[in-house]
Every structure is written in structure tokens, then in C-alpha cells.
Design a protein around this ligand. Structure first.
Ligand code: 9MR
Length: 766
């Protein structure tokens, strides 16, 4: 069969079978893709029924781990990867080629030739590279008799490697691609250490045995694994895979069946008129009004290759599931508390004498929360996470009057204060002698993923001072001083002095001061880098005004209000660790009675406007999320969403407008499985099981309940080893519950804090 014949057979199938067209898409696209990518199909010599599709390398591979040592260059039919440094490169590097090719349904394999130059001397046995297809280690293809086409060598850590071809000749490698995979996103490879690394990969192609794709699709009704709570909207979403409203205009409605208490009933649901870009699918919405009980919703197949799909859910008679969600969300902080109050009291003794980078000195950086799945401590993010708690305590204190267990420390104060004080006491240690605050305290290299806290002895370094860290510190210390004034005046006074010293440093250093991305070629943990410190400086002034309430401090904060409101509008209310204007507004809201009339109006207007604009976005969103459908989802998108949920509830509480509480309630099921992956993003029995979290991966602790994973990330996969599996997917599908996936499945204090506070407010405003 030649290329033209193969393509036209599929095309005819599509045309003749009319309605089948949409279900034949993978085949059709395969045929079209050949034209697009300039690929060609030729009869395979090995087997009569196979077809070949050449895969031109579309671009040079990406240096996912930024080792910046090997350099790729194009060669005819492929690429060459050579060592540009001197001496042995006794390290791994990780490369990814994004092919994004449609594949036929049926048995198939990826084939390429590999050769090494004569001076390439492997350092790790005969290991050359670990092959990955779509983010998973690839297996050798099986030949016609079912035998693997080659043997991998298995390294100590279980990774399987292709070996170095002997004698200078190119070796053809064939890797299996599962029959049902109809899209090749990426081919990636980890290289093994070598002296004179010099490897060429060429002649990439797919060899396939296409088959008729007789798979059927079921609609995907999505409810909530938490159960619909009393007073919350009972909105079920239904995804219709294979239904493309731009191609199919009929039918207009589907009849879904609801069974449960009260018997069965049929409901007519309008089919969507457009696809959601965020999910790449057509989504219908049904809002029910059911009494407590168990229900099943069955959606019919739409089109000839579609069968029915169902989901079961509960309508709860009380809010106990929400109370549990809240308690587990807060309880999670214990498991990432460093020092004597946490679960690893003896771990990281080196933190008591962390080195000041590029100096002889040492300082204490013990205690506080680990930032995330790593053991680093970062001033910007550490401030953000505890500042959200303090702002809630100042503006909606009733929501935090609940107990927390396990608890970091114990005192006669409200439990949340104990949680926050553990972090504030650490934060105070980040300030240097001149009042400037170090950006982070981190290790030179990332600790291995399976290293337990008590086995991690890597030196922590106080990395340089930044103006964003100093301003966030000043804000958070000031808020801490205000909250603690009635519980612990001595500590509050210390925090006030620290805030004032940080403000004086900011006055003396009016321009942006930022740390470098790399020092001596190493990242020293996560960057938290920022190119603009004006929002952090505003947050500092606003919080100082909230603490002192002096007319001078109020005037200083108010003088920036109009600019900050413009920035908020221009950024569509961007609010995360790197953009803290809205937190400044909440700090000023806590003293609205002593602001000028104009100032109070601007503060309230900005809070109202953010809540309103997010609600408008939610009303337009197929997934009931406060994001534009074509916007993309950032790293930690669950935190972005939970932060909006927090803001809605805070503003609903402040303004008395229930519409915003309703918006926050309407979003909750998203986190509990009402998303395109059906994924519950919380670590619980039905949720995330493999978070990127070192204490768990190392086996130091069992997986605690209540952590929220970072979530869908379509903006920045930054070398995430699982990115090959999700690249090219619609944004809301770009998540994988894999311990390696730091860009989608990491826990982190900034999103944990927003999540816990969202839960507390939901519970108090039920
Ligand atoms: O949450 C951070 C995200 O906004 C950034 O895009 C990303 C890359 O710089 O880093 C995230 O923060 C990570 C930090 O750098 C190191 N500790 C884990 C954090 C969560 O993934």
C-alpha cells in the first residue's frame, strides 16, 4: 500500500460513513499529518501489512534539566548531541523532542538509528540513554514472533537504558507504542555519563500496522467525590467525547436518566454549542435540586460509536464532609513543619547553622514549614502562605475558630495562631543584620526525591537579600504583630521591630534588588524570582499602616492606591506569590474606618471588582472556574483557584453579598473530581495518591490526608520528567498523579494555605 492509497482509503471511509467522520479523526489526521509534516508512507520491507511514517525532527531537543553541557545540532535526518565541556561528563541530562504527531490505531513502533563517535567512552557500564515516549520509559518493540527487539540494561535505580552500539556502526532501535495510542507527543531521553559524549540519533519513523478503530466512547458525567453539600449548588457536568458541535448540529438535546431516591426520572439536557478550549471537549451542565441520598446519573451515547456513561454521587444531609476537608487541609501543615513541633524533630540539624552564601558566617534557619515537596525555605512564598492566614484572622476571625489536629506546637491560643507562629518564628530568622531579608535558604542541589528528612544532611545556604523578600517580610511581620498583639505582646513587639527594620532597608534601597537565577552554575532550589517589587512594597506599606494606624503610614499606603488599582485591573487581578496587591488591599480593608473616604472607597472598590470579574469569568466557563476558557492554567493552578475561592468568601463575608459565597461554593466540586480527568486533587482515599512530596516518597511517613496537589499546568513544565505525557493536551488535562511530576503534582504551602482558608470560610459561611 503506498502513501496516496493509504490516505485516500481512510478519507473515503470518513466520507462514506458520514456520521462516522468524527470518530475516524485519528485516521484522518494521520493522513493529513503526513502532508503537514512532510512525512511519507512507504511499504515496510519487514512485514506486508505495515506502513511507515517518517518523523522529521521538528526542532532541536530541549535541555529539560538545563545542564548546559551537551549541545544539540541538526544533522541530516536527525540530530547530534555532543559534549562541549572538558573532562568527563559524569552526570545525567534530559532531552525532549516534541513530535506531536497523530498516529494510526493499531500495533506500531517508533524506530530510529543510534550511533556514537569513536571517542565516546561511557562511564556507567554500557549505558547510553534511557528512552521515554510520552513521559514514560519506553519498552523494546516486539518482533513478529513476540520477542523483544533488543535488551535494555537496568541501572541500580531501576531505569532501563539502551546500550552503546559497538564497533562504530549505527544500530536501529525500535520501541513499542501501545495500540490505542493515537498521538505521539514526545520522545525524550536521559543520557548516561560519558567522556567525549558524542551521539547521533537519526531516521526517526513510525512503523505501524493500522487497524479499524472499533473503540466506543462513553459520555463522562462528572459530579463530586465530596458529595453535594447542603446549600451548595448541585451542578453535574457532562463531557461528550467525540461530539464536536462545529461538525454535528444534531441532536440538540440528550435525555439523561437520574436514579435514586424517588425512583427514576428523565431530564432533557441541551447539548453544547461549542467546545471548551480548556478541556478540548463539549460540556453540558445540569443543576439538580435533590434531597439527601445516593444517586446515579446515566448519560446516553451520542452518535454511532458512543455508548452510555454514568456516575454516582451523594447529596449530603449535613456538612460533615466539608468539616473533614477543612480539618485535613489544616492538619496537613503539621507534616511539613520542620523542627521540634513537626513530625521529624531531629531532622535537618544543619539548619541551626546554615551558611551565609559567600561568607564565613552561619545563621539559624531552623523551624517553619518546608516550602513544598522539597526541604527549601523561601521568604517570598513563606510570607505569602502565612500572610493569607493573618489577613483572614484580621478580617474574618470567626472562620478560624476551629481546632486543628495534628497541631504544630500547643498553647492556650487559637489553634491557627499556633500554626502561623511556627512559620512566623522561622520567618524572623530570614532577616540579616542590616534589616534586608535573604531571599531563600536552600541547598545547592535538589535533594533526591526519595530522601527522608532525617537523611538529608545537605548544607543550607542563606542566599542573597532581595527587595521582594524584604518587602513581603515587612508586610507579614507587621500583620503578625497586629494579630499577636492580644495573644502574645512580647512576640508581637519583636515582629514589629523586625518589620520596621525591613522598611528602613527598603527606604535605603529604593530600586529592585533581585537574586540571580544561578550561582556557580547551580540553581540553589526554586527561584521565586520577580522583575517587579512595587506590589510587594505596597503590601509592606499597607500592612505597616494596618499595624500602626498612624496618619503618616496611612498616607504613605494611600498614595499608592490608584496605581495599584490600575495594576490590578491590567493584570486581571493576578494574585499569587509574585503579585500581592490584593493582599495589600485586604490589609487596608482591616483599617477601613480610619482610612480617608477616598482611600476606603478605592480599597473596597478593588476588592469588589476582583470578586465581580472572577465571577463573570466563572459564569462563562464550561467548568465553572474563574478563568477565561482560552487562558491556560499556571503552575499551581489549584492554588490560583483556591485563592479566588478565598477572596470570594472573604468579600462575601465583608460585603454581605451572598452571590460571591455562591460562586465559591459552585467551584468546590472542581477539586473533587468535577474536571476533565475526573481527578480528586486532594490526598484522600479517592484522590491524589502519589504527590511530589519527599517525606512520603522516602517512606518516612504514610501519605497524610488533606494535601492539595498543584494541579493542571499548561504554562510551564520546566523540565518535569512526566511532561512528555501531557504536553500538547488541552490545559485542564495537563496533570498527572505521578510522584515525579513537580510541575503538576507537588504540594506547596502557598496553595495549601489558600485551600485550608477556603475550606474554613466555606464551613463558617454554610
Ligand atoms: O509555585 C512556583 C511556580 O509559580 C513557579 O512557576 C515554579 C517555577 O519557578 O516554582 C514554583 O515553586 C516551587 C519552588 O520553586 C520550589 N519549591 C516547590 C515549589 C512548588 O512547586
Amino acid at each position: 500500500m503506498n502513501a496516496v492509497v493509504f490516505a485516500s482509503v481512510l478519507y473515503e471511509t470518513a466520507l462514506i460513513k458520514g456520521l462516522h467522520m468524527k470518530f475516524q479523526k485519528p485516521h484522518i489526521r494521520f493522513a493529513f499529518a503526513l502532508g503537514l509534516f512532510g512525512a511519507s508512507i512507504a511499504a515496510a520491507e519487514s512485514s506486508e501489512d505495515s506502513v511507515e511514517m517518517t518523523l522529521p525532527v521538528p526542532e532541536l531537543p530541549v535541555d529539560l534539566w538545563s545542564k548546559q553541557r551537551l549541545a544539540p545540532e541538526p544533522v541530516e535526518d536527525g540530530l547530534r548531541l555532543r559534549d562541549t565541556g572538558s573532562g568527563a561528563f559524569n552526570d545525567a541530562s534530559f532531552w525532549q523532542i516534541h513530535f506531536d504527531a497523530e498516529l494510526p490505531y493499531g500495533r506500531k513502533m517508533l524506530s530510529f538509528d543510534v550511533s556514537v563517535a569513536s571517542n565516546h567512552a561511557p562511564l556507567w557500564g554500557e549505558q547510553l540513554l534511557q528512552p521515554m515516549i510520552d513521559g514514560k520509559e519506553a519498552a523494546p518493540a516486539l518482533d513478529d514472533t513476540g520477542m523483544p527487539s533488543f535488551e535494555k540494561v537496568i541501572a541500580n535505580d531501576g531505569k532501563g537504558f539502551i546500550t552503546v552500539p559497538q564497533g562504530g556502526a549505527a544500530k536501529t532501535i525500535t520501541l513499542d507504542i501501545p495500540k490505542t495510542t493515537t498521538r505521539l507527543s514526545s520522545f525524550a531521553f536521559m543520557t548516561a555519563g560519558a567522556t567525549g559524549f558524542d551521539m547521533t540519533l537519526s531516521d526517526f519513523k513510525i512503523v505501524a500496522w493500522p487497524e479499524q478503530d472499533n473503540r466506543v466512547f462513553a459520555p463522562n458525567p462528572l459530579a463530586t467525590s465530596l458529595g453535594f453539600l447542603p446549600g451548595h449548588p448541585q451542578t453535574v457536568l457532562i463531557e461528550w467525547p467525540g461530539f464536536d458541535p462545529s461538525v454535528e448540529t444534531e441532536p440538540n438535546n440528550a435525555i439523561v436518566r437520574l436514579s435514586g431516591r424517588g425512583g427514576d426520572s428523565d431530564i432533557s439536557v441541551p447539548l453544547p454549542r461549542r467546545l471548551s478550549t480548556a478541556s478540548g471537549s463539549a460540556v453540558s451542565r445540569i443543576t439538580l435540586n435533590l434531597d439527601p441520598g445516593s444517586y446515579t446519573l446515566t448519560a446516553p451515547g451520542i452518535g454511532p460509536k458512543s455508548i452510555e456513561g454514568k456516575t454516582s454521587f451523594q447529596v449530603a444531609s449535613d456538612s460533615s464532609a466539608l468539616a473533614r476537608m477543612r480539618d485535613e487541609a489544616w492538619g496537613a501543615f503539621y507534616w511539613i513543619t520542620a523542627g521540634p513541633n513537626g513530625p521529624f524533630p531531629d531532622a535537618h540539624p544543619q539548619d541551626a547553622a546554615a551558611k551565609v552564601f559567600e561568607s564565613e558566617g552561619t545563621r539559624d534557619v531552623s523551624g517553619g514549614w518546608y516550602d513544598a515537596g522539597d526541604y527549601g525555605k523561601y521568604t517570598v512564598n513563606g510570607s505569602w502562605a502565612v500572610a493569607l492566614m493573618l489577613l483572614t484572622g484580621l478580617n474574618a476571625p470567626d472562620a478560624l475558630e476551629h481546632s486543628i489536629s495534628p497541631l504544630a506546637g500547643a498553647s492556650d491560643k487559637p489553634d491557627w495562631i499556633d500554626v502561623a507562629v511556627a512559620q512566623l518564628d522561622w520567618l524572623a530568622k530570614m532577616q540579616g543584620p542590616d534589616g534586608g531579608v535573604n531571599h531563600k535558604a536552600t541547598t545547592r542541589e535538589w535533594p533526591l526525591l526519595d530522601i527522608a528528612p532525617h537523611d538529608d544532611f545537605a548544607v543550607k545556604y542563606f542566599m542573597p537579600v532581595s527587595s521582594t523578600a524584604t518587602a513581603d517580610f515587612a508586610a507579614t511581620m507587621a500583620l503578625g504583630a497586629r494579630v499577636l498583639a492580644r495573644y502574645d505582646p512580647a512576640r508581637a513587639e519583636r515582629f514589629k521591630v523586625a518589620a520596621e527594620r525591613a522598611l528602613l532597608w527598603l527606604d535605603a534601597n529604593p530600586g529592585l534588588i533581585m537574586i540571580e537565577r544561578l550561582y556557580d552554575e547551580s540553581a540553589y532550589g526554586g527561584p521565586y524570582i520577580d522583575s517587579d517589587d512595587s506590589d510587594e512594597r505596597f503590601f509592606a506599606l499597607a500592612s505597616w499602616a494596618a499595624l500602626t494606624q498612624s496618619s503618616e503610614a496611612i498616607a504613605a499606603a494611600e498614595s499608592q492606591l490608584n496605581t495599584r488599582l490600575e495594576v490590578l485591573n491590567a493584570s486581571k487581578n493576578s494574585t499569587y506569590w509574585g503579585q500581592v496587591d490584593l493582599l495589600g488591599m485586604w490589609a487596608l480593608y482591616s483599617i477601613r474606618d480610619v482610612l480617608s473616604e477616598d482611600g476606603a472607597r478605592t480599597v473596597q472598590g478593588s476588592l469588589q471588582s476582583a470578586a465581580h470579574k472572577w465571577r463573570v469569568l466563572q459564569q462563562r466557563s464550561a467548568w465553572l472556574l474563574p478563568m477565561a476558557d482560552d487562558e491556560g492554567y499556571p503552575w499551581g493552578s489549584n492554588g490560583t483557584l483556591a485563592t479566588v475561592g478565598w477572596h470570594w468568601l472573604m468579600w462575601s463575608n465583608a460585603s454581605g453579598d451572598d452571590n460571591f459565597a455562591r460562586a465559591a461554593k459552585a467551584m468546590l466540586p472542581y477539586f473533587h473530581g468535577r474536571n476533565p480527568l475526573g481527578q480528586t486533587y486532594v490526598t484522600n482515599a479517592v484522590g491524589v495518591r502519589n504527590p511530589h512530596l519527599r517525606p512520603v516518597v522516602s517512606g518516612a511517613i504514610e501519605l497524610p490526608p488533606g494535601f492539595i496537589a498543584g494541579g493542571a499546568n499548561s504554562m510551564d513544565l520546566a523540565g518535569d520528567p512526566t511532561s512528555g505525557a501531557i504536553l500538547g493536551q488541552p490545559p485542564l488535562r495537563m496533570f498527572v498523579d505521578d510522584k515525579e511530576s513537580y510541575a503538576t503534582n507537588e504540594v506547596a504551602i502557598n496553595w495549601q494555605s489558600a485551600w485550608a482558608l477556603y475550606a474554613s470560610l466555606l464551613m463558617s459561611m454554610r
